[in-house]
Design a protein around this ligand. Structure first.
Ligand SMILES: [Cu+2]
Length: 174
């Protein structure tokens, strides 16, 4: 399912970050399920996350929201993570009445002034040839390479997968 492009989504995150910092300072159990927003060049990256893997799950999805506040288009060209031998940029699409996913070989366009959401059941980062499990409460370090903004390093918090949710697991384990 694609969310139409062009829906600006800007959330003030400062309060959340302070709360998070306070929890960390108190030694509270891991609650780092919100990614600190990252801004580079005209891009703002928010709402990053990945789901914990099930035993023997060979691949996993990564998700985030990318807002391009600039006047020029940008382009997510590539992604990489130490957790995976290969990281690709995928889209879900209908093919003969069946939902399939495809690698976006040319990357993901980020039109000027628009916000692109990578989410379960839609656009996503695909971690393949996993080197180990994704564990809830930990993070996945990912480097994204943009045509204009250059390389951006982010840490995706790993969330527990909700049972019965509308996510990839229904389509074959990721
Ligand atoms: Cu995929």
């Amino acid at each position: 399912m694609f969310r139409p492009f062009g829906l600006p989504k800007v959330k003030p995150m400062k309060t959340k970050m302070k709360l998070l910092a306070a929890l960390v300072a108190l030694g509270a159990p891991a609650m780092a399920d919100d990614m600190a927003p990252v801004t580079q060049d005209t891009l703002t990256l928010t709402d990053g996350y990945a789901y914990a893997t099930l035993p023997n799950q060979p691949v996993a999805g990564g998700f985030l929201t990318i807002a391009n506040g600039g006047e020029a288009d940008d382009h997510l060209v590539a992604a990489a993570s130490d957790i995976a031998g290969v990281t690709q940029i995928h889209a879900m699409m209908m093919d003969g009445g069946v939902m399939v996913m495809r690698e976006l070989a040319d990357g993901l366009p980020l039109p000027a002034g628009e916000t692109v959401v990578l989410q379960s059941g839609g656009l996503h980062l695909m971690f393949m040839q996993l080197n180990g499990p994704l564990v809830a409460g930990e993070t996945v370090a990912v480097t994204l390479r943009f045509e204009n903004a250059g390389e951006v390093a982010i840490d995706l918090p790993i969330r527990k997968k909700m049972a019965g949710g509308m996510d990839h697991s229904a389509t074959g384990g990721h």
